[in-house]
Design a protein around this ligand. Structure first.
Ligand SMILES: NC(=O)c1ccc[n+]([C@@H]2O[C@H](COP(=O)([O-])OP(=O)(O)OC[C@H]3O[C@@H](n4cnc5c(N)ncnc54)[C@H](OP(=O)(O)O)[C@@H]3O)[C@@H](O)[C@H]2O)c1
Length: 315
């Protein structure tokens, strides 16, 4: 089968589109014929940090068709259309076929295309868990999304709108209209305006992208407000982890999310998408052969929405 394999000495990108052996599912695994796969920070940041999957193939967010299933698999049968998040079972999505445990997969709703479905898992589960689990989001709350235009941010706006929050989104000039159309009530252009300049206070601040001073964010919280760090610059993540706890003394909370694959959450999100309540925003498409370019583009940190590889669209 064809796959994009990590090779430390391969120039220029260390990712090579080549022939490799098709994986064989173990008794508790499902073999999926990949139709689409989206790129996440988990792919390019793991590669940058030298955390290479055992099979040397990245790619976590996948959609495809079940080719075969091990004898202990009960939930999936050949021919079933599935969506998965494979970071917990060794990645492997940049390939014609990938193996996954049942815990990493759910059935794809008929109303969603493979491409749309592959854009959902990691970014959308992250947005959901940040807003609901850590942020305790409630109807009518004032929420600020720092970095509203990437994969996580575009989904965070739509989910916050679904939960009935009043949304202020922070992004650059070129993405302002996108944030507005997804449901933001106010949009702040980070290239022109400091979001902390006014006196507005928030029940919840979601730090998704960029590098915004933690103390300024804390000051912008209401007395019971929560700041939930999802991602952004590594220095922002580091600071929130180190000084988040001491800054959480009192009623304001500084929290960090480590998103987890949860098939209940994934089913919930796919159902919202199938009903048109949320829609994955896909900024750019690539082909299987140009996966290395897709990784480089996504790692640049300026994609609007998700980056999706149409791996085997005819399939
Ligand atoms: N905690 C977890 O469990 C978890 C899970 C998944 C992802 N993450 C993290 O979450 C972050 C977002 O992931 P993602 O997939 O959404 O990333 P992404 O799609 O690559 O984000 C790209 C977007 O970020 C925007 N951006 C860049 N610099 C910005 C700035 N200074 N202020 C505001 N926006 C800025 C860009 O807009 P412009 O070009 O217009 O600036 C672009 O639209 C990453 O850091 C990732 O590592 C964490």
């Amino acid at each position: 089968m064809k796959a994009v394999v990590y090779n430390k000495s391969a120039k220029p990108d260390r990712l090579v589109y080549c022939d490799v052996e098709k994986p064989a599912p173990k008794d508790d695994e499902v073999l999926v014929r990949i139709r689409a796969v989206s790129v996440n920070a988990a792919d390019y940041r793991s590669m940058k940090m030298g955390m290479i999957p055992a099979r040397k193939i990245f790619g976590a967010d996948v959609s495809g068709v079940v080719e075969s299933a091990g004898k202990n698999v009960t939930l999936f049968r050949p021919g079933g259309e599935v969506v998965g998040e494979l970071s917990g079972c060794g990645f492997g999505g940049f390939a014609d076929f990938a193996v996954a445990t049942e815990k990493a997969l759910v059935m794809k709703p008929a109303g969603l295309s493979f491409v749309e479905a592959a854009a959902i898992p990691m970014a959308s589960m992250t947005a959901l868990q940040a807003l609901r689990n850590k942020g305790n989001i409630r109807q009518g709350q004032e929420i600020l999304i720092l970095g509203s235009s990437g994969g996580v941010g575009t989904m965070a706006i739509q989910l916050a709108r679904h939960f009935g929050a009043v949304i202020t989104a922070v992004c650059s000039t070129r993405n302002m209209e996108q944030s507005r159309s997804l449901g933001a009530d106010r949009v702040i252009d980070y290239t022109k305006e400091d979001f902390t300049a006014g006196n507005r206070k928030y029940d919840l601040i979601l730090a998704v992208n960029g590098n915004y001073p933690l103390l300024k964010c804390r000051k912008a919280l209401k007395p019971d407000g929560r700041y939930v760090l999802v991602g952004g610059a590594l220095s922002q993540i580091f600071k929130a982890i180190v000084i988040g706890k001491p800054l959480s003394v009192g009623r304001k909370k500084i929290l960090f999310l480590a998103a987890k694959t949860d098939t209940g959450d994934l089913n919930y999100l796919l159902d919202l998408a199938a009903r048109g309540i949320i829609k994955p925003v896909i900024g750019k498409y690539f082909s299987a052969e140009t996966t290395a370019e897709a990784m480089k583009y996504a790692a640049g940190g300026h994609s609007s929405g998700k980056v999706v590889i149409k791996w085997n669209p005819e399939g």
